[in-house]
Design a binder for this molecule. Sequence first.
Ligand code: ATP
Length: 593
Amino acid sequence: MSAPTDAQRMEKIVSLCKRRGFIFQSSEIYGGLNGAWDYGPLGVELKRNLKNYWWRVIVHERDDVVGMDGAILTHPAVLKASGHVEGFSDPMVDCLITGKRFRADQIDGQSGQIAEFVGAVDALSFHKLTREGETPERSTIWSKTDIAPALRMVFKNQSGGFRGEEGSGFVEFGDVPEAKLDSLRKLIEQNLFTSASLQPFSALDMTGDLKNFVSISKRGFNPTIKLAQEFYEKRGVPFPVVFMLRPKTVENTKRYNPENGALLTEPRPFNLMFKTYVGATEDESSIAYLRPETAQSIFVQFKTILEVSRKKLPFGIAQIGKAFRNEINPRNFTFRSREFEQMELEYFCRPEQAIELLEYWKNERLKFYENVGISRANLHVRNVPDEERAFYSKGTYDIEYDFPFGRQELEGVAYRTDYDLLQHQKASGKSLEHFDDEAKERFIPHVVEPSAGVDRTILALICDAYAEDQAPNDKGEMESRVVLRFHPRMAPIKCAIFPLLKNKEPLVAKAKEIVALLRPHMTVFYDEGGAIGRRYRRQDEIGTPFGVTIDFETLGEKDPALRDTVTLRDRDSMKQERVAIEDLPSILRERIR
Ligand code: ATP
C-alpha cells in the first residue's frame, strides 16, 4: 500500500525551507541549476548533526568499523570493473512534442482513449481541394482522370472539424483508413499540398480517465488534436489538417507523457555518470568520472585498510561523501538530485554470515532512523523482489519513508555477495583475498552494505518534524503556529536565549553571560527583538527545542532565592521549568545528546 500524497504540505515545507534558510535552489539568481541544491545556515547544521550522529553510531561506538574519505574523481578502470561504465543507466524517453525527458520506469500507468494520427497536410491546399470537389466539373484537378478516384476517396464522407473555412483541423478516417491513406499518398505525390507529412503519431486523450469513455465525443479529443497539430506544425506543415484513426481504449500504458498526453520515444539507455577530463588534454586517455556512489573507493582500498587497521572479519569501512548522478528527471525537491551525499558502510564478512548480517543491519538502520526522530509509523521495510534486485545481490531491503509525495526509498541495505571485490581483483590483477588465521583459509569476503542518502534523510527529517498546532500568544490567546518537532539531537539550534526586555541592561548582560556559558557545548541563538511570544514562535518554526528566558527573578528582584535562575521552555510541551543557570549546561547536554 502506498501512502497518500499531500502536495499542499510539501509546498509549505519547501517554502519554509527557503524562507528560514534550510535549503535553496543552487545558482538561483541565474535561474537555478536543475538537480543541485545549496544548504543554508540552518540546513548545514541539520546536515552536520545527521552525519555526525551516523558517524558516531557506525564508527565511533563500534570496534569493528573504521572510516575513510575517498576521492570524488575516479579512475575509469574502477568504474569499468564495477560495471558502471557499461551498465549504470536508466531507460530514458523523450516527449515528441516538448522534448522533455523522463525515466521510462517512473512513468505512472495511464488509461484512456488514444487517437492515432497517420499524417497531416496543410489547411489551405486541403480546403481548396474540398471546395473544388463541390463543383468537380469545373475543376482542372478533379477532371484529371488518373487522380479523380483518389480525390473522391479522401474527400468522400469526410468527417472532421475545422477552425473556420480555411483553418486547420482534423479528419477522422473512419471505416476505410487504408484506402483513404493510400489515396492521400497519391495526392501528395502529385504535389497537391504545399507541404505534407504522413508520419504516424499517437497521442493520449488528456483526461486519461476511463469513466469518461462513454461520453467522449470528438470535442473530447480537442487537446489530443491540438497536440497532433503542434507536432506536425513543428515538422513543417503549416496550419495542419491532421488525419486521425478511430480512437482506441488503452489501459495502464506508460507510452505517453503524463503531463500532456503526447507519445514518448522508445526507451533508450542513458548512462548516469558525469564524465570529465583530467589534465590538459581532452581525449580517451584522460577520462575520469565523478563517483556515482561512495562504495567503490571503499572496495578498491579494502585490503590496505584492513591491513593498516589490524581488524578481523567481520569488519566494516564507512564513508560519508558526495556522489553524482546525471538523473534524467530530478524531482521532488532534494529527493532526486544530481549532486547528493551518501552515508555508506561496506561490512565485510564470511559468506555464511551474510544473510544473518543483512537482517542485523536492516534492524540497526531502522533503529537509527527512530533515534534521529523519524516516527516508526512512517518507515517501511520493503523486501526487494528477485527481479528488481541487482543481479549480484542475494538479498536487498529498501527502507522507505512516507514522504508527502508518496512512499519512497531512504536507504538500501543490500547483500552484494563477493561481486565487487571479485571484479576489482580480476580487473586489477591484485589479490583482494583475505586470509583467515583461525580457519587457515583464503577467500574473497562477502559484503553487506547499508547505503543511505544524507539529503533524502534530511528531507524525511524535515517532513516528519513539520507540524501546525495552536500556541498561546503574549496575551494568552491561542493562535496557530508552525513548528518543526526535530529530535533535540538533530535540531540545528539547540537553545535560544531571550532577555525579557532588551532595554534593561542587567537582563541583557545576564543573557549574554548565558550565551557564553552554553556556546562551547551547543549551538545557541540570542534574540532580544520583539514580544517574547513572537520570539518563541520564530524558534518553533526552525525547530529549536529549548528556550531560556532571563527575567526580573533572575536578577533576584522579587525573591532572592530565585536569583540566577531562568525559565527553560520546552518547544513541544511548551512547559516552563525554573532552573539554576549553573545547571543549564548539564541539563541541556543530557537532552541533546
Ligand atoms: P533510486 O532507485 O531512488 O534511484 P537507487 O536504488 O539507485 O535509488 P542506491 O544506488 O541504492 O539508490 O543509492 C543509495 C542511496 O543513495 C539511496 O537510498 C538514496 O538515499 C541515495 N540516492 C541515490 N540516488 C540519489 C539521488 N539522485 N538524489 C538523492 N539521493 C540519492
